[in-house]
Ligand binder design. Sequence first.
Ligand code: DON
Length: 307
Amino acid sequence: MDYQKIINEIAQEVTPFLKDGKVADYIPALASVDPEQFAMSVTLFDGTQYNVGYADRLFSIQSISKVFTFTLGLNIYGSSLYKRIGREPSGNPFNSLVQLEYEHGKPRNPFINAGAINVTDALISHYESEEVACEEVMEFIRSIADDNSISSNEIVSKSEMKYGHRNMALANLMKSFGNLDNEVDDVVSVYFKHCSIEMNTKMLSRAMLYLANHGVDPITGIRYVSVQRAKRINTVMLTCGHYDASGDFAFRVGLPGKSGVGGGIVVVVPKLMGISVWAPGLNTQGNSLVGTKALELFSDKTGLSIF
Ligand code: DON
């Protein structure tokens, strides 16, 4: 299949829609991003990459980091991680507080903010320091993306902290129910450092290969998770990766994916490839509007989906 031709066509077809999305504006660093940008990358198991648009441009991965922290959390705690977080779709916005109260401080899944903050707390407890927890997440991402240059943007994370009242509220609520071990400020600050990691679509599509290949990086041969765990992470991506639009994303694209408010989306095509798209304009649920459209076109044009 001529993947380059297909993604070139997609880039052309989605261009008129770039103006329709709305960039995240809760912090200045994201509000100032030009919405009229698009990138798409596909990485195959032999390392061959197909790219279109601004595939070298770094952006804030935001909630895509939740896939990586969830992977690390599972590797450390195994199934006992589910004592503190669930694995069901929330049907609510990513930063919603109400369900967390009804459900006694146990977040529905690791991909809503409360769930990812909780996983971060578990990582801090395990590594016994915020700095080490941060560094381990960075090292894991550098390893799966095979790129040592990846880092977190301190201007973004400080700004997130300044405007992070809702995430602080989520963390406080979990703390009040006894479902957070460490200090609220420390946990939320580490969570924001993960969100502020910067990558491009080339790096992110490469980073998905371990999930596409039953837990083993097909290029380096490194096993990052067991076969069963890779299956489960992909499943949670499919059912919860796009918050209250997870059903719609699965309906349109038919592949496991995870979005971030920076406009990035990662997608896994099991046994074949990793994909990443970036278009900073978001839809009302906080997922990349054009990114979702591009992935739907990719799945339609290639016939690739898990169904
Ligand atoms: O914590 C937040 O609200 C943001 N830093 C990240 C949320 C996010 O990416 C949701 N994704 N669509």
